[in-house]
Design a protein around this ligand. Structure first.
Ligand SMILES: [Cu+2]
Length: 372
């Protein structure tokens, strides 16, 4: 045997373990996505709306699998049965046109589709039904770049709206009618364990009903590519027992933990002009950014990417664009100026504007965290 052939064989043998390791690696990565404890499993419905979808999906999947298996078996059978064999003519006997077969493969799929259409259409109508009654909670949802704003209509007891971001609180066991808006591009609102996806389209209001059977936190995300930080446009639905939810609502209607006056007002309204985009002491809609009055009551911020804590908030307040991708440049004004997002207060500071000091950032963060 020549030296070359020996080397060639060795090479092949040496490569194999590497290849199977790579294969296992890819397989493990792919399968990791199948874990059902990721909090976003649409096959694990946690409320009646998601259940309706699941109850349609499973039987249709079953039928699809049956057909898929039958077609695969038939294909393999035909490939083997009519394969080319030595001493046989190239082609099997050719037939042209077969009325029974053609009628058969037209009618059978039509029947299957007709049968599937019955539950499909009734589910579509059921999902489109608007929940009615005084107990239904209505929430306006606005897709922003790149975060979600949730706004509860004026609450009679205080004559005030409640506007929050990234975390939607709902009472468990209550139907919630979401009215979806966008003032920028198309987004898609998706909480897989509670409901299907619904597009959020500028210039129109789409509606989606959600309901959670049990208290819990249900993870959601934007499901329509919407620019730079689309992947960071997450949110969570926090379902609470009614009494807890009412306590949450009453808390949101109150003023901030610390009065917004004196030093903090000077810093946020005058020195750094955060109030061009934010509100600090009122539960209503801010001009452009998230309402910050009750930021301390949330667990995450910036599209659910960061936990609300001192270290994260300090970094954010000083230099937000270093934490998620934004097109913020040096602007201090909301659009239609050139920016999308929040500017850095330590980098690219426009002429005449103060650069944020550590002491100022600390004071702002203490206020945001509701520390006295
Ligand atoms: Cu989006």
């Amino acid at each position: 045997m020549s030296a070359d052939a020996t080397r060639g064989r060795k090479l092949v043998r040496r490569r194999r373990p590497w290849r199977s390791a790579a294969f296992l690696g890819v397989l493990a990565t792919v399968l990791a996505a199948c874990g059902n404890e990721n909090g976003q499993n649409s096959l694990d419905p946690k409320g009646p709306v998601a259940e309706k979808i699941d109850n349609l999906f499973l039987p249709v999947l079953f039928v699809a699998i049956l057909i898929g298996v039958a077609v695969t078996i038939a294909t393999v059978y035909v490939a083997i049965r009519f394969r080319q064999r030595p001493g046989r003519p190239d082609n099997p006997k050719q037939t042209h046109g077969s009325a029974p077969l053609e009628i058969g493969w037209t009618i059978v799929p039509a029947l299957i589709l007709a049968v599937i259409a019955v539950p499909t259409i009734s589910t579509i109508f059921e999902l489109a039904e608007r929940p009615k009654g005084p107990e239904v909670l209505k929430v306006d949802v606005t897709g922003k770049q790149w975060w979600w704003e949730f706004s509860l209509p004026k609450q009679a007891m205080a004559d005030k709206q409640i506007v929050t971001s990234t975390e939607l609180h709902i009472p468990a066991g209550t139907k919630v009618l979401l009215r979806l808006h966008s003032d920028n591009v198309i987004h898609s609102f998706w909480v897989p364990e509670l409901a299907g996806k619904k597009d959020v389209v500028p210039g129109r209001t789409n509606e989606l009903t959600i309901e959670a059977d049990e208290p819990g936190t249900y993870l959601g995300a934007c499901a329509e590519y919407c620019g730079l930080s689309h992947a960071d446009m997450r949110f969570r639905v926090v379902a609470q027992p009614m009494a807890d939810w009412e306590a949450w609502r009453d808390g949101q209607l109150e003023g901030p933990a610390k009065p917004w006056e004196g030093e903090i007002q000077d810093l946020t309204a005058t020195k750094y002009q955060c109030t061009n985009c934010h509100l600090f002491d009122d539960s209503s809609k801010a001009t452009y950014g998230p309402n910050l009055t009750h930021l301390a009551s949330r667990t995450t911020f910036a599209g659910g990417v960061y936990e609300v804590d001192r270290a994260n908030l300090t970094k954010w307040v000083m230099d937000a664009p270093s934490m998620i991708s934004m097109n913020a440049k040096d602007c201090r004004q909301p659009p239609p100026a050139t920016c999308v997002g929040m500017p850095s207060f330590t980098k690219n500071t426009p002429k005449g504007q103060p650069v944020m000091t550590q002491a100022d950032a600390d004071a702002i963060v203490s206020y945001l965290l509701g520390e006295k």
